[in-house]
Design a protein around this ligand. Structure first.
Ligand code: SAM
Ligand code: SF4
Ligand code: SF4
Length: 337
């Protein structure tokens, strides 16, 4: 296997695979109803990569250094037979970690066991508030907090440990839930991670005034629960870790707006229709599906992948607001979070 570096000497390690652009939630910061329930064109079935196509590409990425795969979307659990894909991906030699990011609303115990048996290693669940009204307002589909908590419980019962829980914090929307969420998950073994609201896509009306910084979040939690910073688990870890001094576990902060981490970003994304994006804020991808369906050889597709990575010079978050922002970015639900 080869070591492949981009223009800033970053290697390719982490591939996020979007398996659908559809979702059963309409989170106001991600798929606002006024856009996604009217003029938005979702992909049709034949647009989506088949499991064989995803697996073939994943193998090529692994040959170039990828070690972690994360299935995402849209809501990945809407894709039928996801366990079959996971089972195929887990046969690829060199893959060290297969993870899933989900809103957990469809994570029954039977599904969680199926995913575990297929070879899924880790689950990250998104939950933006523990307050029922706030959460319902944010998912905009009347999904209850309990539904997601049940999903987390089911994942644990199926044998998933240290489940990460992602909370996107938006000023004036759910900042009052920072402390209640910390309190709820403290001591449970689940790791709550606060994500600064980002300017992904073009539909969520982002502006800097809606961002609650990682520092503000830490200050808020520290008022009640003293914490200390702790070292990253590995190079390229996105979250900054803070540990409760009383032994109640840890939290994470994903500070992509106030403290960018492009310097060791080793992630790339494969959209549900088979284009690769070397940055979450990219406006254009490289279409691999066309090559697959035209009968291109592995060698040829591999060359496209390696050239794309070698040319990569993305560092959007580090240059955000400095006059060179991308005009039309792809949506997070399409590219995969
Ligand atoms: N539907 C799944 C879920 O919500 O977990 C997977 C896809 S979702 C796009 C992946 C993650 O991106 C979620 O944790 C979501 O909260 C986060 N996300 C979406 N839009 C965001 C934004 N504008 N800023 C920060 N995080 C965002
Ligand atoms: Fe769906 Fe996830 Fe986006 Fe919410 S954040 S709308 S659950 S894709
Ligand atoms: Fe990686 Fe792009 Fe995010 Fe920077 S802005 S950390 S390059 S995905």
């Amino acid at each position: 296997m080869t070591e492949l570096n981009d223009q800033y000497n970053r290697s390719m390690r982490d591939l996020r695979i979007s398996v659908t652009d559809r979702c059963n939630f309409r989170c106001t910061y991600c798929m606002p109803k006024q856009v996604f329930n009217s003029k938005h064109q979702f992909l049709v079935r034949n647009d989506l990569l088949s499991f064989e196509e995803v697996t073939r590409l994943a193998q090529l990425f692994v040959n170039n250094g990828v070690r972690k795969l994360r299935l995402t979307g849209g809501e990945p659990m809407l894709r039928k037979n996801l366990d079959v894909l996971i089972a195929e991906l887990s046969k690829i030699s060199g893959v060290e970690d297969i993870a899933l990011t989900t809103n957990a609303s469809l994570l029954t115990l039977a599904k969680a066991c199926e995913l575990k048996r297929a070879g899924l290693h880790r689950i990250t669940v998104s939950l933006d508030a523990i307050n029922q009204d706030t959460f319902m307002r944010m998912n905009d589909m009347k999904v209850s907090v309990q539904k997601v908590l049940d999903g987390i419980d089911n994942a644990r019962s199926a044998g998933f440990e240290s489940i990460k829980v992602n909370m996107v914090v938006q000023k004036g929307v759910n900042e009052d839930d920072i402390l209640p969420m910390a309190e709820y998950f403290k001591g449970t073994g689940n790791i709550l991670r606060f994500i600064e609201f980002m300017d992904v896509g073009n539909t969520n009306g982002w502006n800097m005034q809606q961002v609650v910084s990682g520092q503000e979040i830490v200050d808020c939690i520290q008022q009640k629960f003293p914490m200390q910073p702790t070292d990253p688990d590995y190079t390229g870890e996105v979250a900054k870790r803070w540990r409760y001094k009383d032994g109640g576990g840890e939290i994470g902060l994903i500070t992509s707006v106030t403290q960018a981490f492009c310097g060791d970003c080793n992630r790339l994304r494969l959209s549900a229709e088979g284009s690769i994006y070397t940055c979450l804020f990219a406006s254009q991808g490289v279409d691999l599906r066309r090559l697959l369906r035209q009968g291109a050889s592995d060698e040829f597709i591999n060359e496209v992948i390696t050239n794309t990575w070698k040319d990569r010079s993305d560092r959007y978050s580090e240059v955000r607001g400095k006059g060179n922002n991308v005009v039309h970015k792809v949506e997070m639900s399409y590219i995969g979070g």
